[in-house]
Design a protein around this ligand. Structure first.
Ligand SMILES: Cc1cc2nc3c(=O)[nH]c(=O)nc-3n(C[C@H](O)[C@H](O)[C@H](O)COP(=O)(O)O)c2cc1C
Length: 321
């Protein structure tokens, strides 16, 4: 990854994507970083995020990133993020708000150019194959090529979406990526904090769907999930989800997004597969198990090729070409 990896201080061109909703925490991030990649702690409430960064420092002396989702990042999040080595942002208008190395994940050439103009130290081109919330609308390597040709030749461009094996990494680097970011592959690691049954279901999953169903709290934000009871119940007539649910989500989201995390978690516990209020809260290992059937099982298309839960450090080393 040339000068960017030197600047960050990582040996391998492997980033573990930040996964919010309590899925990617210090154990995962530290394991990836300790193995020579860059581990990322997903967004949490600021006080908890600070504790997670501190806990990761107890496990590794290597660099650690945090991920901030711009629609939810408040001033206190930015202050805490300054304790990490790298800040990776996603979703919405990019603006420099940290002195740390800053990467912005983008779904289009326009967004990549906006991030570069705003002073980002690099961009991550996210393809439509990606799991979780999806900004990209074309395959990752296609977006990589478009973004690279729009930006100066030495500007760092990373790629995310559909990368799960060493050959995928090799292709991406061969296509000019400075490094790769992986979410789904690292979700299926021993250290991720996804509920064990969420992991087990993803090992069996062969198909995903790009939908707007789980949008009560974050509307108009397409996300890729594996099928479960809620998805089967509501998506029979089309992948985006019923118009009435999408309209409700658009109206309710500004309010829901301002609710304290504890209240959001209490409401998520009341979700049922056939009730039309479906939040983005996913089944982490400390979440109510009903979310396995009534919440989003975020996963990328690569889930079809993943058959084992592995230690994140070993994965990091094996992925590097
Ligand atoms: C379970 C899950 C949760 C995610 N949560 C976030 C998040 O909180 N912030 C973010 O920037 N990206 C998030 N993403 C998207 C990743 O940043 C990345 O784009 C994606 O995982 C790449 O595709 P892949 O899943 O095929 O590796 C998430 C992805 C997954 C699978």
């Amino acid at each position: 990854m040339g000068s960017l990896s030197e600047r960050i201080g990582i040996e391998l061109p492997i980033l573990q994507a930040g996964m919010g909703g309590r899925l990617a925490r210090h154990e995962l991030a530290a394991a990836v970083s300790e193995a020579g990649g860059l581990g990322t702690i997903g967004i949490l409430e600021p006080a908890e995020l600070a504790r997670e960064i501190a806990a990761s420092r107890g496990l590794t002396a290597k660099p650690i990133a945090v991920n901030l989702l711009l629609p939810f990042a408040r001033r206190a999040h930015w202050e805490v993020a300054g304790e990490a080595d790298v800040v990776v942002t996603f979703w919405g208008a990019p603006r420099r708000r940290t002195r740390r190395t800053w990467l912005h994940q983008c779904g289009s050439v326009d967004e990549a150019l906006a991030a570069q103009r705003a002073g980002a130290d690099g961009v991550i081109a996210q393809g439509v194959e990606a799991g979780g919330h999806v900004r990209g609308s074309v395959p990752a390597l296609e977006l990589l090529e478009r973004v690279k040709s729009a930006l100066p030749p030495d500007y760092p461009v990373l790629v995310a979406g559909g990368i799960a094996e060493r050959d995928d990494v090799r292709h991406a680097l061969g296509a000019g990526a400075d490094a790769v970011a992986l979410g789904t592959r690292f979700l299926l690691s021993e250290e991720s904090r996804a509920h064990p049954e969420y992991k087990r279901r993803l090992l069996d999953a062969r198909e995903t769907v790009l939908t707007e169903l789980f949008g009560a709290g974050w509307a108009r934000a397409p996300h890729r999930v594996a099928w479960n009871d809620a998805a089967r119940h509501w998506l029979a007539d089309g992948p985006r989800g019923p118009l009435a649910i999408r309209l409700f989500n658009a109206v309710a989201s500004p309010l829901a997004a301002r609710m304290p995390a504890r209240l959001q978690a209490r409401l998520a516990a009341m979700q049922r597969p056939s009730r039309p209020i479906l939040s983005p809260v996913s089944p982490a290992d400390d979440a109510p198990p009903i979310l396995l059937d009534a919440g989003p099982l975020y996963a990328g298309e690569s889930v079809a090729r993943i058959s084992q839960i592995r230690p994140a450090g070993a994965l990091t080393r094996e992925l590097a070409p």
